[in-house]
Write a protein that binds this ligand. Structure first.
Ligand SMILES: *Cc1c(COP(=O)(O)O)cnc(C)c1O
Length: 356
């Protein structure tokens, strides 16, 4: 059996893979593949509209929110956001909490004035920066809710009047939160909600109206809203996989239900690692991510042995990101508790063998 701890693209529910593969051969009994199906047809339009409604329902969105499915991955949002919302007369505030956030900052600087409020770069982004003041009158405040590479997560939403913009690529729909507090949310789909190639975007209608004019159509959120995410040919298959994953999430009890399981998985893994001195957790407890757990070992020889043992037992994707080293275990929504149990059993067995 394979336990897929990949950071992204990553595990999705088995029934999603099965249904998606059926649709590649025969979409909704039409005799056509989803890959050859016209996007401007009632049947595909209903795929988009059902996915939009499910997002609204699962995130408890108010009627002032627009939901879009856009091309280009989260990295496109790094520049599309400032292109739309960094107006000439204002500055944009950013939190530099991880490698992805720092990339968003770099792109925003191409479009106007950027103020970095705080950074955890001094310690390789191993903690969530605190103690900064949010500048009044900023165009927006941008941060990453879950730092996928470094295994940190911001628990709680900053209290501010400034429009909040969040990159939620790696923890969207993993826990209940008041999504309505955000003026703009984006998430690349390939971690928690679907296949690579599409972004989920949730935007406040009033905030969209404040955006810059005169930008290319494909970059202009208002035009995507006006065209129901079909300004051009959308990534049809990736959107369909999102729909299947959203249906699955609703079926198992929605965000409240998945939050409980995500909590159990993270609790089990972190408490196991904490109980064994062989392992080191670089992230302070209050900042640890429930989606991506990062840990290291003191001894590089043991690290290699541990990795080899994991691979031999079908635990894949646990090698840490090159910028952090050690290990990273990604436990997205679709990861069953049993896989984390299997991994913690292996961890305990390994440490029993190598520590006297
Ligand atoms: C993976 C990831 C990205 C990049 O997503 P792409 O779809 O590859 O552009 C951006 N932000 C976060 C937080 C991520 O985890």
């Amino acid at each position: 059996m394979i336990h897929n701890f990949n950071a992204g693209p990553s595990i999705l529910p088995k029934e999603v893979f099965e249904e998606a593969s059926r649709a590649v051969l025969n979409f909704n009994d039409t005799g056509l593949s989803i890959l050859e199906f016209g996007h401007r047809t009632p049947m595909f339009e209903s795929v988009v509209s059902e996915a939009v409604e499910l997002v609204k329902e699962l995130m408890h969105l108010n009627s002032n929110k627009e939901v879009m499915f856009l091309h280009g991955g989260a990295s496109t949002q790094f520049f599309q956001v400032p292109m739309n919302f960094l107006t000439k007369d204002k500055r944009a505030a950013y939190l530099d909490g991880g490698v992805w956030g720092s990339k968003a900052i770099k792109e925003a600087k191409l479009f106007g004035q950027v103020e970095v409020l705080a950074s955890s770069k001094d310690k390789n982004y191993s903690y969530i920066p605190t103690g900064y003041a949010l500048p009044e009158g900023a165009a927006y405040f941008h941060y990453t809710t879950n730092n996928t590479i470094e295994g940190t997560q911001m628990h709680g939403i900053p209290a501010t009047e400034i429009p909040l913009i969040a990159d939620m690529s790696s923890d969207i729909l993993s826990a209940e939160m008041d999504f309505n507090k955000f003026s703009f949310i984006y998430a690349g789909a390939q971690k928690n909600i679907g296949a690579a190639g599409v972004n989920l975007v949730v935007a406040d209608k009033d905030f969209l109206e404040t955006g810059n004019k005169g930008i290319p159509s494909m970059m202009d959120y208002r035009q995507h809203v006006a065209n129901g995410s079909m300004l051009n040919t959308p990534p049809v298959f990736a959107i369909y996989v999102c729909l299947l994953t959203l249906r699955w999430l609703k079926k198992i009890g929605g965000v409240t239900a998945i939050e409980k399981i995500n909590h159990q998985k993270a609790e089990l893994l972190y408490s196991t690692l904490e109980s064994i001195p062989l392992f080191h957790l670089p992230v302070p407890q209050q900042d640890r991510s429930k989606m991506n757990a990062v840990f290291t070992m003191q001894d590089p020889v043991l690290e290699k042995m541990f990795l080899a043992r994991c691979e031999a037992e079908g635990m894949i994707g646990i090698k840490g990101h090159r910028s952090v080293g050690g290990f990273r275990v990604s436990m997205y929504n679709a990861m069953p508790l049993e896989s984390v149990v299997a991994l913690t059993d292996l961890i305990k067995d390994f440490s029993n063998k190598y520590v006297q």
